[in-house]
Design a protein around this ligand. Structure first.
Ligand code: ADP
Ligand code: AMP
Length: 230
């Protein structure tokens, strides 16, 4: 301690983990509990594809094949989104960064605003469970709430618990073929970030093989500790 008081900056949390680990599910629960904003680069890219923007056109085929979209496109999208007013209370990064280049760009970006990473949480799961999680995943087209054929079923079949909408959709890349490529990309390019954030002293490992609520309880504890001033 240097004896001076430092202004509190909005919390920045990162959720790391392979596709299907539960990043989106847990990010939405953290958003509700703590009021931080979930920033999913996957969601932002899917919106760009749907809108037919230049970035979306470049990303579409790569995403369908299960590869990683170029660092520049993703960094630009994230930089624009994190600057929006609703992020001023804190953010949960879901699916970003996914490469060392992205992690370094995030450090620079946060440095510009005097922010820091409070915790990079690695959701630890077995690859074998991921195919089952991904192939059973669907979401509400209205509000984006996530569901699963076996592990998270809405109270009333086909009706969203959150918004009451009755249109559900499945992702174009949630296919058995693309899952293999996505897991490969995770191990080759994203898993090294576990060491990167361990080196920064912000890594937290959370077992994510248990039920959704159990993971949420552990994660909530980790986030509370990471964001409570000493
Ligand atoms: P990610 O964002 O990491 O790709 P999701 O949060 O979309 O993963 O979760 C993938 C699928 O697995 C979803 O259908 C979700 O409902 C389900 N799921 C998430 N966490 C768990 C869990 N702990 N146990 C069982 N199923 C889960
Ligand atoms: P997700 O919704 O996080 O599972 O991401 C879906 C797809 O979007 C990934 O398989 C990638 O093709 C792309 N994507 C999402 N986030 C990133 C990122 N940070 N870097 C590169 N590609 C990304």
């Amino acid at each position: 301690m240097d004896g001076t008081t430092h202004p509190a900056t909005p919390p920045v949390l990162i959720l790391l983990g392979p596709p299907g680990a539960g990043k989106g599910t847990q990010a939405r629960m953290l958003e509700e509990r703590f009021g931080y904003v979930q920033l999913s680069t996957g969601d932002l890219l899917r919106a760009a594809v749907a809108a037919g923007t230049e970035a979306g056109l470049a990303a579409d085929a790569v995403m369908k094949a299960g590869g990683l979209v170029s660092d520049q496109i993703v960094i630009d999208i994230l930089r624009d989104r994190i600057a929006e007013a609703d992020c001023a209370g804190g953010v949960i990064l879901d699916g970003f960064p996914r490469t060392t280049v992205q992690a370094e760009a995030l450090d620079v970006l946060l440095g510009e605003t005097g922010q820091q990473i409070d915790a990079a949480v690695s959701l630890e799961v077995d690859d074998a469970a991921m195919v089952e999680r991904i192939s059973g995943r669907y979401t509400c087209a209205g509000c984006g709430e996530g569901y699963h054929d076996s592990f998270k079923i809405p109270a009333k079949a086909g009706v969203c618990d959150s918004c009451g909408g009755n249109e559900m959709k499945r992702r174009a890349d949630d296919t058995v073929e693309a899952v293999g490529a996505r897991l490969e990309a995770y191990h080759a390019q994203t898993a090294p970030l576990i060491t990167y954030y361990d080196g920064q002293g912000v890594l937290q490992r959370v077992g994510a093989m248990g039920p959704i609520d159990e993971v949420a309880t552990t994660l909530g504890r980790v986030v509370t500790e990471a964001t409570t001033p000493a």
